[in-house]
Ligand binder design. Structure first.
Ligand code: HEM
Length: 165
């Protein structure tokens, strides 16, 4: 398994694919995803990007719960985040939501590194399935990066590859 972080290249379009539903099933469905994501956000609260998020513990708890719903739905679980997305396609909504924050490559690397720590705690999940989740995160997270070291901002174009069934 190579949970590598491929760099953001300013001006380069991003292609991504949603994670395999088999990943969601392998982690143990809704409860398993909650466990994984709560662990991830607990680590975020202690990370170098904690300042992006609410500092108040109760507020942060709400963020944790809401964000986990997104991950449950994007991985093929029940549509528990649907109402939040206000009728937009989930990924589209998520890209636009991050536009409101000034995110650079360093913040993205910290976010992904924290996720890698949470994924390391998974037991008995096939490496290929973890890779599928990771590939989504590695690629999709490039779309959250909008601030660059030369002081400029840029919002990348993207294509979502759909599974042909
Ligand atoms: C694969 C990449 C990412 C995904 C899938 C993701 C997902 C999410 C989700 C689901 C939310 C909650 C949206 C809502 O309010 O309903 C959120 C909020 C947020 N994300 Fe991300 N995120 C990603 C990357 C990042 C990165 C790299 C940062 C860097 C700091 C970041 C910072 C934030 C912040 C600040 C919020 C708002 C928290 C609040 O409610 O105050 N995200 N993200």
């Amino acid at each position: 398994m190579s949970l590598d972080i491929t760099p953001v290249v300013k001006g380069e379009a991003v292609t991504f694919k949603n994670p395999a539903k088999e990943f969601y099933e392998a982690v143990g469905g809704k409860e398993g995803m909650e466990k994984l994501m709560y662990s991830f956000y607990d680590k975020i609260y202690e990370s170098d990007i904690a300042h992006f998020f609410p500092q108040d513990e109760d507020e942060f708890e709400q963020v944790k719960i809401k964000n986990s719903k997104f991950f449950i739905q994007i991985c093929g679980g029940p549509k528990v985040y649907e109402d939040e997305a206000q009728g937009m396609e989930l990924n589209e909504y998520m890209v636009r939501l991050h536009d409101d924050f000034s995110i650079n490559e360093k913040a993205r690397i910290e976010w992904l590194g924290t996720m890698r720590e949470a994924l390391d705690e998974l037991e008995g999940v096939d490496k290929e399935l973890i890779q599928s989740f990771w590939d989504y995160l590695d690629n999709f997270s490039k779309l959250t990066v909008n601030s660059f070291s030369d002081g400029s901002t840029y919002y990348a174009e993207y294509t979502q590859v759909k599974e042909s069934k």
